[in-house]
Design a protein around this ligand. Sequence first.
Ligand code: SF4
Length: 385
Amino acid sequence: MSSVIPLLTEFEKERIGERQPLPERYLGLTDAVMDARIAAARATLGSRLVILGHHYQRDEVIKFADYTGDSFRLASQIARRPEADYIVFCGVHFMAESADVLAAPHQQVILPDLAAGCSMADMAAPDQLDVCWEELAQMGGGPEGSGRAGIVPVTYINSAASIKAFVGEHGGTVCTSSNTAAALRWAFGRGDKVLFLPDQHLGRNTAYRIGIPLSDMVVWDPDEICGGLDPDQVARARVILWKGHCSVHTRFTVQQIAAVRRQHPGIRVIVHPEVPWDVVQAADDSGSTEHIIRTVSNSPEGSVWAVGTEVHLVNRLAAALAPRRTVISLDRFGCLCSTMFRVSPNHLLWVLEGLVEGRVHNRIVVPDEQKHWTKVALDRMLSIQ
Ligand code: SF4
């Protein structure tokens, strides 16, 4: 199984804060002991606890989730469990931040391992976005109503709360891979350009799918002056794509698709839209994790699928649908998101037993000054289907 181990950036360290190491007494426990103790802690906490599990979590963790899903689905669950005091989010940092913003004031959100970040989310820092916005204005693209071409910012949910707050305050929205096309249409109803961040691939793939040619898109490199673009390029562009990517999904290639087609004649290939554009073009279908699960599950019996997304989802789908359908990973080694993998049953047990004892470990709190506009942006996301 191939994995990507992103290094912690300064921006990420600042956001994550002090990471409390897992106490030694939680190391070296057998699976049976952990299972029994996690089950006991859950039973004690009862309806005061809800555990959310992202599709990319490992099996030993996701089996304890009350709800599983992608970021969008999990974010939507929060309002449905107002009686829960504790929301334990088995996912990564930006998801727990969004949960904290959407949660009621009495609810506390906990991330079992604070080092569970997302390398893509860390590719857009708030100071870089401030500079980008200012430079775009100087280059002739300004906010709607400024007399210049209206730019509407849209950020993928895989971004820091500070980025979401910026977007909310500047008339934009958050999107997930389930509603990116709708979010782009929404944005084009409000301005004539979209600044899409942080994932250039999701932005490019979705904009192309709704009919925007590649020639109308440019890439903004936050490490270059004026994003590496000149005013004419910005003036001509309809979509300005932030130069960010997912280190897991960019490992899928056109060559892998050609190889599985050779090995399994008649195979169908479905990929997540965080993969590069040429991979989406070579595949038979693309969409969010929910779309992938639905499409493969509803395919005719006997179908054979190669799936281009995180390996835990692929393996679970394969197990759930066998023997009626065959599901393999598009990458024969399986692409693992190593930051999602950081959440272990040991960490889950530690935070749950802490709650039973009245101690809250690893609480995620979005600063008050970011909460309002982050919530505005997330509420827009939830309203755009
Ligand atoms: S799969 Fe990619 S985008 Fe998703 S959490 Fe992992 S690094 Fe981030």
